[in-house]
Design a protein. Structure first.
Length: 263
């Protein structure tokens, strides 16, 4: 890893993967020109993502939402920023044999108060689908096979003591290889590495799908892989999914009721 530091009215510091050490100047320029260059990816509702051409690759740059005052201070002095965590966790996943787009670098922009903004850079991955397509389209080709392989992938995470806290429909990119599929984790800044209890493993599925028939298939596959009883898994998983859905939509209703003045 190569550390980079640029100072003007504020400080831009970062760490670049050793594999890209010869391109530090180019990579740093991408960050300093982030606001004026690059191709926007997605709607940028919370975080901004842009794509940049880089040699024979495309770099995916995620600019995290600017932190509030408390987090500005916390991320500089007490906690790792989302960008740094994303970079560190990406490398940890690869070391454990879990796929994620190749991490390239992370950068933090700070001033005398704290963190102003931060960026995570990785190679851009061309993928075929995310789990969301399976939720939205029950007739998606090879639907059950993908769902079972996704469940096996999640079981593999748990077996390697990985708790991916943002295990939600859009955060696993799926690449088709015949009747086999590769699964790549993205949005990595919320993760724990620890032995997981049975309840923690099953709870990790609560945000994935609200559809009972999908929960049944996932429970069946997880039971086969773990050796646990299917009914035990399904009962707990469906209860957790139902509770999560209730809380999720209740939160939306409350926001509409009390924050109606926001657009």
């Amino acid at each position: 890893m190569k550390k980079v530091s640029i100072q003007s009215n504020s400080i831009l510091e970062g760490v670049v993967n050793a594999s890209f050490a010869n391109s530090i100047t180019t990579i740093t320029a991408i960050i300093t020109n982030f606001n004026t260059e690059g191709r926007v990816l997605g709607d940028g509702d919370r975080n901004n993502i842009k794509l940049f051409d880089f040699q024979d690759k495309i770099i995916n740059v995620k600019s995290f939402k600017k932190p509030n005052l408390i987090n500005k201070i916390a991320y500089k002095y007490f906690r790792k920023s989302k960008a740094e965590r994303s970079y560190l966790y990406a490398n940890a996943l690869l070391e454990k044999g879990i796929l994620t787009p190749q991490p390239i670098a992370y950068f933090e922009h700070t001033d005398f108060i704290g963190l102003k903004d931060s960026y995570y850079l990785s190679e851009h991955l061309e993928y075929d689908l995310t789990y969301r397509e399976l939720v939205e389209n029950p007739n998606y080709p090879d639907h059950e096979n993908i769902l079972r392989q996704f469940t096996a992938f999640t079981w593999k995470l748990h077996s390697k003591n990985i708790l991916f806290k943002d295990h939600s429909p859009g955060n696993t990119l799926i690449v088709k290889k015949g009747h086999q599929y590769d699964f790549y984790l993205v949005d990595l800044n919320r993760m724990e590495f620890k032995p997981l209890s049975f309840e923690e493993r099953i709870k990790n599925f609560e945000r994935i799908s609200p559809k009972k028939e999908m929960v049944q298939i996932m429970s069946d596959e997880y039971a086969k892989l773990s050796g646990e009883d299917y009914n035990k898994i399904f009962t707990l998983m469906w209860d957790l999914v139902s509770t999560f859905q209730y809380k999720f939509y209740r939160k939306i209703r409350l926001k509409k009721k009390f924050l109606f003045w926001r657009k």
